[in-house]
Design a protein around this ligand. Structure first.
Ligand code: ADP
Length: 399
């Protein structure tokens, strides 16, 4: 089956086409045919596509909205220009899998999208006002382009964390607020963690029950998860709540504006006043000894260390720390920095292995390390494609 995976943003549409089915899933022989992105939807858009032979191509097109962008992509894929022989019309796409950020408490696993499911995703907009409306746009675009005949599946980022225990998902705020508005910790990057946890246990030949790790997704957004018995434990990203109203009062900002400030102007960018790109910051530090770049990196690593420590404590120890996401997969310097001082927990990083682990799976701890460390590049799209196949065939989720 050729599965189209969509990740719809505010003015971007990321897509992949992956050929997979139950046999390929079992044999780990799924094949990706194409990946790409449409940027600047709503005006003069840029479509970037990359095929499995590694060739990249950029196409400019005027695309007014997400359905127009998707229609353009599918027409291009089906045309002779694409060179993708497996797809000669939209009918050669057999199903569409969507990344949906928030499934609230309702969705504990992926679901075939019916009108009712779509309504429930809409009802989660309150919980993810920045993300769920975009996912819905992607789903509607899928219906527009493919009609109702091609099944669509929603894969929820929050679903992996559904097994969080109550004492971990509840905030210590009046319980009534949880009951009335479902205010609780949901956990993010769940699709990434599910993939990474699955790869980890495949590499170590373990069952889900035996999977006890602290995983760090360090990309454009960062989080940490304690995964015990194969299920998720918690996540990071906190500020002192009093700061919100303090900033609002001092800067004359609305609550929405404070939220934008925390979402878009903070983190590495906020501290460095330069960029949110870790590569640039590392360059600034090594070449210009930029003190703000140093501080931003220091805070980043300090926070990561703090969460590893906290998670090790609540889990009663773990077997491994797993790094993923753009920074976690590629930056040996940041990984080394984060792992510094974890000798007490039994972690002994192997300097050479860590240096060599750039963008591929690797063990980066010494053989005698009591707490292991791994790099496992995430592949959320592959997991979405596989879930889409399982969902439409009614296959149970893997154990
Ligand atoms: P997302 O969380 O949006 O999926 P990614 O996981 O793709 O993002 O991470 C992108 C980020 O990873 C970039 O902004 C950059 O900061 C960081 N990154 C990518 N490659 C490197 C590298 N070689 N060294 C340090 N940081 C890197």
């Amino acid at each position: 089956m050729n599965i189209l995976v969509l990740n719809s943003g505010s003015s971007t549409l990321k897509f992949q086409i992956i050929a997979t089915d139950m046999d390929r899933i079992r044999g780990n022989t799924d094949e990706w045919l194409l990946r790409g992105e449409v940027e600047k939807i709503g005006g003069e858009a840029i479509v970037t596509v990359q095929k499995s032979d590694g060739l990249k191509q950029k196409i400019a097109a005027s695309l007014r909205d997400v359905p127009a962008a998707l229609d353009f992509v599918i027409r291009w894929v089906a045309s002779n220009n694409s060179g993708i022989t497996q797809i000669s019309s939209a009918a050669d796409i057999h199903a569409v899998g969507h990344r949906v950020v928030h499934g609230g408490e309702r969705f504990t696993e992926s679901a075939v999208i019916t009108d009712e499911v779509l309504k429930e995703i809409e009802s989660c907009i309150d919980l993810a006002p920045l993300h769920n409306p975009n996912s819905i746009k992607g789903i509607l675009a899928g219906r527009d382009v493919f009609g109702h005949k091609i099944p669509q599946v929603a894969v929820f980022d929050t679903a992996f964390h559904h097994a969080l225990p109550e004492h971990s998902y509840l905030y210590a705020i009046p319980y009534d607020l949880y009951l009335r508005y479902r205010i609780r910790r949901y956990g993010f990057h769940g699709t990434s963690y599910r993939y990474v946890a699955h790869r980890y246990r495949t590499l170590r030949n373990l069952t889900r029950q035996q999977t006890n790790i602290v995983a760090l997704h360090l990309g454009n957004g960062c989080s940490a998860a304690a995964i015990r018995g194969g299920y998720s434990g918690t996540r990071s990203g906190d500020v002192d709540p009093a700061i919100l109203s303090f900033i609002a009062a001092k800067e004359g900002l609305s609550h929405d504006e404070v939220e934008t400030l925390l979402n878009n102007k903070s983190g590495l960018l906020g501290i460095s006043c330069l960029t949110n790109d870790m590569r640039v910051l590392q360059c600034e530090l090594t070449e210009h000894d930029n003190p703000r770049a140093r501080l931003a990196i220091e805070i980043f690593c300090h926070r990561a260390r703090k969460y590893i420590g906290a998670f090790l404590a609540v889990m009663g120890g773990a077997d491994a720390i797993v790094f993923t996401g753009g920074i976690g997969e590629n930056s040996s310097a940041i990984r080394a920095r984060i792992c510094e001082g974890f000798e007490w927990a039994g972690l002994a990083l192997d300097e050479v292995k860590n240096k060599n682990a750039v963008g591929h799976e690797a063990v980066i701890s010494r053989e005698d390390s009591r707490l292991a460390a791994y790099v496992i590049p995430t592949d959320e799209e592959l997991l979405i494609a596989r879930d889409t196949v399982r969902c439409i065939l009614g296959e149970p989720h893997p154990t």
